[in-house]
Design a protein around this ligand. Structure first.
Ligand code: C5P
Length: 409
């Protein structure tokens, strides 16, 4: 079975310290189990005030461990047993007090003891802080967070927003799905660590008048999946997105545009500061030459308006034409309805790019699954069909192998 989630078969120890955000740990458990992980919940005394072990046991399918004196562990050393079995230890919520304990290397409770006893090189520690904004901003907390990071912990969030106490600010625990995605990303190989990727995604919208326009059926899913996969692989990612409602992948910087010209004007100045450019967007080839200033009205005569078109700039070709020192490694997409490979190869030449990814437009647009063929000077290489995120990860691996470091195409 393919490991789409990256969590299939992983054993995660989920620690809960005290905080209202414990309710989100219930949903996180479900999400992790759904993604194929096994989850062992460990709770502190304080966490027991917020959610019951019954709930956590029901969701994880495993008895919750709360004490270092738990005699159910055969050798009576749960801190050793649990940490040796885990692929990762995530504490969500991680309270201010819990982070302070970690910063000092204290081991007064099972969860802190577990963090201290884990084999550093094998069992990563991820923390999802949750606390009031003043507690988060306090110099003592910030000092402790800096210390636990220096000791190797990965800190996820916190987010800003409304807090249970009625205040608004930094300190909200990330949502369950965000933590799940962060954990998935954590397990991806860091093939693009320290590198930079610019992606275009989605359709464009070309105005006819203030309320009408021309667009296409691109959903943006493939481009967003590529941006996500590149970020998971450790890259700094900028995503220039046409009009789509998709959520921005974690860690990705997004720039929204509408028209092809706006996309062109956003991309060109960014191209030289990125090592890889993936043009996934379905950019309109033409736009109305002169969009009407007011809504075009039917006049009852039966006459239809005549709309003249002009060609849009080709963003990919423009980036591929940059001087070598400014040119990222360029990857184009070809969405065709017929004669896919011939058209894709023609694009490779016409646009002057080292790699074109071919897909069948009608079966790709808007779908969750896709089928890709890599077309380059060496030949055609079909990738196994799959969901767009799996394909994006595969494509990112291909790009990482092909794009020269420090890179020009
Ligand atoms: O031949 P076509 O122009 O459809 O090639 C598609 C590829 O070129 C895609 O990678 C698309 O993002 C890119 N493209 C572009 N600017 C355009 C048209 C297409 O970047 N105006």
């Amino acid at each position: 079975m393919s490991n789409v989630t990256g969590l299939q078969g992983r054993h995660i120890v989920l620690g809960l310290s005290g905080g209202v955000a414990c309710y989100k740990a219930a949903e996180l458990t479900r999400e992790l189990v759904k993604a194929g992980a096994t989850v062992q919940v460990v709770m502190t005394e304080a966490a027991l005030q917020f959610i019951t072990p019954v709930t956590m046991q029901a969701l994880s399918g495993r008895a919750v461990v709360t004490s270092q004196w738990d005699a159910r562990t055969p050798n009576c050393m749960p801190h050793i047993e649990l940490s040796r079995q885990a692929d990762a230890l995530i504490v969500a919520p991680a309270s201010a007090d819990f982070i302070a304990q970690l910063a000092q290397g204290r081991a007064g409770e099972l969860l802190a003891l577990l963090c201290l006893a884990r084999p550093l090189e094998r069992c990563p520690l991820l923390l999802a802080p949750a606390m009031n904004r003043e507690m988060w901003a306090h110099p003592a907390t910030q000092r402790n967070v800096a210390q636990v990071k220096a000791d190797g912990a990965v800190v996820l969030g916190p987010a800003a927003g409304d807090q249970a106490c009625g205040e608004t600010g930094d300190g909200r625990m990330l949502e369950a799905v965000e933590l799940r995605d962060a954990l998935m990303a954590f397990f991806q190989p860091k093939l693009l660590q320290g590198r930079s990727v610019l992606v275009t995604a989605g359709p464009t919208f070309e105005a006819i008048d203030p309320v009408r326009g021309i667009t296409n059926l691109s959903s943006g899913k493939m481009g967003f999946a590529i941006a996500r996969a590149a970020a998971e692989a450790g890259a700094r990612v900028t995503l220039v997105a046409g009009p789509v409602q998709l959520p921005t992948p974690q860690g990705v910087q997004r720039i929204n545009v509408q028209s092809a010209r706006q996309m062109h004007d956003a991309v060109l100045p960014l191209a030289a500061s990125h090592e890889v450019f993936v043009a996934t967007a379905a950019v309109a080839d033409w736009r109305p030459a002169e969009p009407a200033g007011q809504k075009i009205k039917k006049d009852g005569s039966g006459r239809v308006p005549e709309i003249a078109f002009v060609e849009n700039p080709d963003i990919l070709a423009a980036v591929a034409r940059l001087p070598a020192a400014q040119r990222p490694f360029c990857v184009g997409f070809a969405a065709e309805t017929e004669d896919l490979l011939r058209h894709a190869r023609a694009k490779l030449v016409r646009k002057g790019v080292p790699l074109i990814v071919a897909n069948h437009g009608p079966s790709a647009f808007g779908q969750d699954d896709n089928q890709l063929v890599l077309v380059d000077a060496a030949g055609d290489q079909p990738l196994p069909a799959g969901d767009k995120l799996s394909l994006a990860r595969r494509l990112v691996a291909e790009i990482a192998a092909r794009a020269p470091k420090g890179a020009t195409s």
